[in-house]
Design a protein around this ligand. Structure first.
Ligand code: UDP
Ligand code: MG
Length: 317
């Protein structure tokens, strides 16, 4: 792909309850990309907003012919909304970014330069100095540490859903039909030539984070359980460990019997209780892991769509 006039680029922007924010974001993105030598289009995905976001988007589309608005039938979540945008795009390259202005659109030109140089994925990485709350910084750091420890697919710490992708990278993602989507992991899994571009994340201009604690936990769970079987192996190794301890215990008792010291075998209530509680606790946790995998498998085999489109302002484009 070369930066000729003909190269088309779609900016995929998922938004959920960003009324009043999205117009600001659009103006800023426009200012940043208007001079770029590509045929650009905006693909906003309204993720079932319950405020006036959709009306805001319609107004933006009415004033800017390059804007296409996709509206989902309900709130399916950030990753599903992003997937809807990627599926709908036909452009030579796609850039995804948040609709709250936290991903600097001024970097889109640089990202697309790298795509033009032959990179398939240009992954935005939140620089360390990001204006993040302590809690978010800590949860995000711990999350990537655990994920990379248990998963064979490496996910860049601080990776964001701010990235540019070539057509073939988008096509590769599109053939991954999984219901539980963690795009940062999926992008890393597909391979291809990738570049990392650190960016400085600003504070949200307006509105509040749409990632509630519940949504964060769900995303983390999708990431871990979709990209790793490690939790199941924890069960296996804990089981082997416990059998090892039992064998040692039996050998010890046998030794005491054989050396005529059997009077030393005093039944200890507290140690018995401790072992019982620890062992049953571990069994319950592991059963929980198995349960989660079974649940994920159940949802995968149902083959439900990842999202449903209610309205598409440019379905024929
Ligand atoms: N978002 C979405 N669906 C959701 C939650 C969030 O489309 O269920 C959008 C949101 O409008 C924003 C982007 O995803 O454009 C990132 O969300 P947010 O800024 O709330 O997350 P944070 O930056 O706090 O991680
Ligand atoms: Mg944000």
């Amino acid at each position: 792909m070369s930066p000729r006039k003909k190269t088309t680029v779609d900016l995929v922007i998922p938004v959920y309850n960003e009324a009043g924010v999205v117009a600001q974001t659009h103006a800023r993105i426009r200012a940043a990309v208007d001079a770029l030598p590509y045929v650009l289009a905006f693909l906003y995905v309204d993720d079932g907003s319950s405020d006036t976001t959709l009306e805001d988007l319609r107004a933006i589309a009415a004033s800017d012919a390059r804007v296409r608005v996709l509206s989902l039938s309900r709130n399916f979540g950030h990753q599903a909304a992003l997937s809807a945008g990627l599926d709908a795009s036909r452009a030579d390259a796609v850039v995804s970014l948040d609709g709250d202005g936290q991903h600097p659109p001024e970097m889109i030109g640089q990202m697309l330069d790298l795509i033009a140089q032959g990179y398939d994925i240009v992954q935005g990485q939140r620089a360390e100095d990001a204006q993040l709350g302590r809690f978010k910084k800590w949860t995000s750091g711990t999350f990537y540490k655990i994920l990379n420890a248990v998963s064979g697919t490496r996910v860049l710490p601080g990776a964001a859903d701010f990235r540019a992708m070539s057509r073939r990278a988008v096509d590769a993602l599109k053939v991954m039909p999984e219901y539980h989507r963690f795009l940062r992991g999926m992008v890393s899994w597909i391979g291809f030539k990738s570049a990392i571009l650190p960016y400085h994340q600003e504070e949200r201009k307006a509105g509040v984070s749409k990632y509630s604690l519940g949504k964060m936990v769900r995303l983390a769970s999708d990431a871990v359980f979709s990209f790793s079987l490690m939790p199941l192996y924890i069960g296996l190794s804990a089981g082997v460990g416990f059998i090892g301890l039992a064998i040692l215990q039996l050998l010890w008792v046998a030794y005491l019997w054989l050396t005529n010291q059997s009077e030393q075998i005093v039944p200890g209530w507290s140690s018995l209780m401790a072992v019982l509680l620890i062992a049953s606790g571990i069994v319950m946790i592991l059963l929980g892991f198995v349960g989660v995998y079974v649940g994920y498998i159940f949802q995968e085999v149902k083959r439900r769509p990842i999202y449903l489109i209610k309205e598409d302002s440019g379905g024929d484009k």
